[in-house]
Design a protein around this ligand. Structure first.
Ligand code: MIG
Length: 694
């Protein structure tokens, strides 16, 4: 086995059968592979071999070691004692805990024992299975159906270190445009421009924040990608410009299937360019999806990705703000909810490969094509791309939404471990369909879901055709008001969330993160998956059952303030939180100042800045990152420190503003207890001292 250190704290191992030359290239990698220095893996590996031509890797399990991550999963946060399958599919309706693989496959495991972590990525884009000490409690076994045996080990010692190293190799989440952090509203489908206009008007009339509206498949002419239905969406340019004036952006869906149709230029270009996947006999591979009979771009080829990317001028020129890649597992209708046969050929622009070997990369390559296309067409803007399918490293290209959940309380609960494991797998920018996609929701479910949803890095309400309408006002009062208040809270949290995105972009730290990320030495956190952290300052414990107003919350070491009352508790502690509708259990880490904005309707409105401080004896700090909210211009950063004495004297200080970006506001506010202090906004340091009733 060829074992080399390829970066600080990252060791790569490769075993190549049949005298094949080593080849470490992979869509997982942000940069081309390096040669590296010879290294050793100690006694981690028990065996690495090919069994009947199939790779098999056995890792020794240290006593008491526990496992997390594994990408997009159902069920709980901890994966010890489970068997995981990595093969992208469009799963059947009603994702239950017994489901294994979903739309995205990231064969990455985070191992943790007594506070010490390491990570392992098994790098193969075909089918992989990982047995996490289920069959044998002393082993973790990786098996693949083909390819070379290539894996990476990421040293800790903390989960934060592992994520830093993992995302240094597989790439970091790009900075999103600020508007992408606002509230998104979708439905399959808003059927006409008039219907979209009326949804937009409702948001503004009801003063419910909304930033982005979605066009699902029905905006197209017979589901032909890169076209507009001329009757229902007659003048897209004017329509989108009007919405833009009212502060809305529009994102359109794009599927990979291209309708086989001689009179359709996208098909003709693809066919003439040899851009589609082929059958084993060399014919165009065809299957049925929404448009009818389709051909499928071979996204493994850079030339095909360039072509696909360029097609997005059809959308951007009309004023579309971002693109939503769906069905890119790929999902096919014959047989229903199937995927491409293993012997489909990806010509790859000279590097032909079988579908079986690249299956899990198909969706990621489509997302890459989309992102690169948007970046080329609008170099001054940050691309906004959503993807359903992906592989390790997908965070470089797109955010992940977790597909077709259901309007069930169980799925509200499932969102938490699902997003936490995605965050531990490098995919920090993620979100579920708020309110649930399939089946009919109800007011209480939507309200509780919104209480959780506003803390997701991606906050979008989406629902399926034929289900109950699910816009924030759909179920009347009191649910509408609760949704409004929670969405306003989200808008107030934008400076904090944007700062977390910058931390994620720089270090790979998840935005919505499990408690174990912050407190890896506290083993109680390893299974505390019905609550989560947003950054290191906020702990959120949603209610995910109907009729309940109370729930258990675990507060790790430190002092925690109840967000609504300010009361504080010293952890570690198990508390019973009272969380009536509209007041979800949110706890703030003491003395950690949180930069908050104003309750705006969308990011086009100007916002002030308030440092919110919950103080108790002790000290802490918090950061603020700012830039123009789009593009690649200058940024600035400052740190706020809090020191609180036993006598109630609280000292708040703001470091000098570093960086070239100058925020447009004139004053900055600091909220210490009930009192709000105003200071002129400048680059100079600020110190405020007050006596606060702690
Ligand atoms: O076959 O475009 O997950 O969000 O609304 C269903 C229609 C195709 C699946 C996506 C869903 C979307 C729906 N799509």
């Amino acid at each position: 086995m060829d074992v080399r250190r390829v970066a600080d704290g990252v060791v790569r191992a490769g075993l190549f059968a049949d005298g094949r030359p080593p080849d470490y290239s992979s869509p997982a990698l942000a940069e081309p592979p390096v040669v590296g220095e010879p290294a050793s893996l100690g006694d981690l590996v028990e065996s690495a071999e090919f069994v009947d031509g199939r790779p098999r890797l056995v890792i020794r399990r240290a006593e008491g070691e526990r496992y997390f991550a594994c990408g997009e999963r159902t069920a709980g946060l901890e994966k010890t004692g489970s068997h995981q399958v990595f093969w992208n599919i469009d799963p059947p309706m009603g994702h239950t805990a017994s489901f294994n693989n979903l739309y995205t496959s990231i064969p990455f495991v985070l191992a943790l024992r007594a506070g010490r972590a390491y990570g392992l990525l098994y790098d193969y884009t075909g089918r992989v299975e990982i047995d996490l000490a289920r069959d044998d409690p002393s082993r973790v076994v990786f098996e693949a159906t083909g390819g070379d045996l290539v894996f990476y080990v990421f040293e800790g010692p903390t989960p934060r270190d592992v994520l830093d190293r993992y995302t240094a190799l597989t790439g970091r989440t790009p900075m999103p445009p600020l508007w992408a952090l606002g509230n998104h509203q979708s439905r399959w489908s808003y059927m006409s421009a008039d219907e979209v206009r009326s949804v937009a008007a409702e948001f503004r009339a009801r003063r419910i924040p909304c930033e982005v509206l979605y066009l699902d498949i029905d905006y197209m002419q017979g589901y032909r990608v890169f076209t507009w239905d001329s009757e229902r969406f007659p003048d897209p340019e004017r329509f989108l410009a009007e919405l833009r004036e009212d502060g809305f952006r529009v994102v359109t869906i794009i599927d990979p299937g291209v309708r086989v149709d001689e009179s359709y230029s996208v098909y003709r270009e693809g066919r003439d360019g040899g851009f589609f996947c082929l059958t084993h006999e060399g014919e165009e591979y065809r299957n049925v999806v929404w448009p009818g009979l389709c051909a499928f771009p071979d996204f493994s080829s850079a030339a095909v990705r360039d072509w696909w990317g360029s097609l997005h001028s059809w959308l951007l020129d009309a004023g579309v703000a971002g693109v939503w890649c769906d069905m890119n597992e790929p999902a096919l209708f014959v047989p229903l909810q199937s995927t491409m046969p293993p012997d489909v050929v990806h010509p790859g622009g000279g590097r032909a490969r079988m579908h079986a070997d690249v299956h899990n990369a198909y969706g990621q390559w489509m997302a890459q094509a989309t992102r690169e296309g948007l970046a080329t067409l609008r170099p001054e803007r940050r691309p906004f791309v959503i993807s359903r399918a992906g592989y390790a490293g997908m965070q470089r290209h797109a955010l992940q939404w977790t597909g077709d959940n259901s309007s069930w309380w169980e799925h509200l609960w499932m969102s938490m471990p699902q997003l936490q494991n995605l965050g531990l797998s490098g995919v920090a920018w993620a979100g579920v369909d708020n309110g649930g996609f399939f089946d009919d929701g109800n007011g209480e479910l939507l309200a509780r879901w919104t209480e959780l949803g506003v803390f997701q890095p991606f906050c979008r309400n989406h629902s399926a055709m034929g289900t109950a309408r699910q816009e924030p006002w759909a179920f009347g009062e009191p649910w509408e008001s609760i949704c409004r208040e929670m969405l306003l809270l989200r808008m107030r949290l934008l400076p904090y969330l944007y700062t977390l995105f910058e931390e994620c972009h720089r270090t790979g730290a998840p935005i919505l993160r499990p408690l174990l990320f912050e407190f890896p030495e506290d083993e109680t956190t390893y299974t505390a998956d019905d609550q989560f952290m947003v950054g290191s300052a906020l702990l959120v414990a949603p209610i995910t059952r109907p009729g309940l107003e109370h729930r258990h919350v675990y507060l790790p070491e430190g002092t925690w303030h109840h967000f609504w009352t300010g009361d504080f508790v010293s952890g570690p502690a198990h508390v019973l939180a009272h969380a009536p509708l509209g007041q979800p259990a949110i706890y703030v880490r003491s003395n950690t100042p949180i930069p908050m904005g104003d309750p705006i309707q969308h990011t086009g409105e100007s916002s002030g800045l308030t440092w919110r401080v919950f103080a108790s004896p002790g000290s802490g700090s918090g950061d603020l990152y700012e830039d123009a909210g789009d593009g690649y211009g200058p940024s600035c950063r400052r740190t706020a420190h809090v020191e609180s004495g036993d006598d109630g004297r609280v000292r708040f200080s703001l470091s000098i503003r570093e960086g070239e970006f100058v925020p447009s506001r004139h004053i900055t506010r600091v909220q210490l207890g009930p009192e709000v202090v105003e200071v002129p906004e400048s680059a100079e340091p600020v110190v405020i001292e007050r006596l606060v009733d702690l």
